[in-house]
Ligand binder design. Structure first.
Ligand code: SF4
Length: 337
């Protein structure tokens, strides 16, 4: 496959077929630089050399009745993590101020649990209103589990820009990972968010026993859902979870997966998410030639590298931090019209 030619077609509006997408995963490891180079052409066309930073605040941890096999926060997992109910509004607001000082483009308020209570929604609504009044240009993403359309409308009115709800894996593989809710529950929440006018963020976790076809299906499902932001997580197996012994990713495999998501969803924010340091290891910098967004700081229950290392990585690549994500998005939209 002449990857660079395919990239040029994609920039001209061409949509990959599933067969072409799968070929990315089947490419010989020797050819990985050709694939990355082509994916970089697409990334550069839509996002230049900007990198968007995202920061998570774990606003409610553990105690979750669901049984997602990768998650340390499930009550089924035998893990040593902090467990607490929803933190105060003031702590959420202070976190946003700190995020703004650190050039974070999107502040992600994340809660464990199947779905939020009305009181929890009200606390987040009140915190977001204050952040929007006091902190200025920072995007707010909420991640609160399954939400109703009514709850989504309230969050939108408060100023929530984005809502994250990952499809996690393919429809075909979902029941192998989670049995307490199904794939359609996840899709319904994304649809509720969209109906409320909130930008949908939805992504995947790779390395959970899925096939190449499953990965292709995930990328096309997110294209179909029109997710604006696509976090690509790579499983960081946690002792005490059902998937604790899973070990199937290599750094090059991760780069192929990122490239596939870039080719299939060329205009979207592709974020290297959980498991970046653990799985990409010394090849993290190559990932940023494909993705245009990363998390800074810790993930929900695993540590990230220190923020200074991320800032250095971006600087060494000659990339720049995107300080105003509202601006870069309007430029991207203009290129797709
Ligand atoms: S991923 Fe979310 S829903 Fe699943 S167990 Fe963890 S906290 Fe609960």
């Amino acid at each position: 496959m002449e990857w660079i030619k395919l990239a040029k077609k994609v920039m001209g509006g061409y949509s990959l077929t599933k067969e072409e997408a799968k070929e990315i995963l089947l490419t010989s490891d020797d050819d990985i630089l050709s694939v990355i180079n082509a994916a970089y052409e697409i990334r550069r066309y839509y996002y230049g050399n900007k990198v968007k930073l995202n920061l998570i605040i774990n606003a409610k941890s553990g105690l979750c009745p669901e049984d997602c096999g990768y998650c340390a926060q499930s009550i089924k997992a035998k893990t040593e993590i902090d467990r607490y109910t929803l933190i105060s509004k003031q702590t959420i607001v202070e976190g946003a101020k700190e995020a703004k000082r650190n050039k974070i483009g999107t502040y992600c308020i994340v809660m464990s649990g199947r779905r939020p209570t009305h009181n929890e929604v009200d606390t987040v609504v009140s915190a977001v209103e204050e952040i929007k009044n006091e902190v200025g240009q920072i995007k707010i993403c909420a991640c609160m589990g399954l939400v109703t359309e009514e709850q989504a409308v309230k969050l939108k009115a408060a100023g929530v820009d984005r809502f994250n709800h990952n499809i996690n894996t393919s429809a075909n593989h979902h029941a192998n990972i989670t049995t307490t809710h199904d794939y359609d529950d996840r899709v319904n929440t994304i649809e509720n968010i969209k109906k409320a006018g909130i930008s949908p963020c939805s992504g995947v976790i790779c390395g959970m026993g899925e096939t190449d076809d499953d990965i292709v299906e995930m990328a096309f499902a997110l294209k179909e859902l029109d997710a604006d932001s696509i976090p690509v997580n790579f499983l960081h197996p946690i002792t005490g979870t059902k998937l604790e012994n899973m070990d199937e990713l290599t750094p090059v495999r991760c780069l192929k997966i990122l490239s596939l998501f870039r080719f299939v969803n060329p205009t979207k924010e592709i974020r290297i998410s959980g498991g970046r340091e653990f799985n990409l290891r010394s090849l993290q910098s190559l990932g940023l030639f494909i993705a245009n967004s990363i998390f800074v700081g810790d993930y929900l229950t695993t540590d990230g590298q220190c923020a200074d290392e991320d800032f250095q990585l971006i600087k060494d690549l000659g990339f720049e931090i995107e300080e105003n994500p509202f601006e870069v998005e309007s430029q991207t939209v203009a290129k797709t019209q």
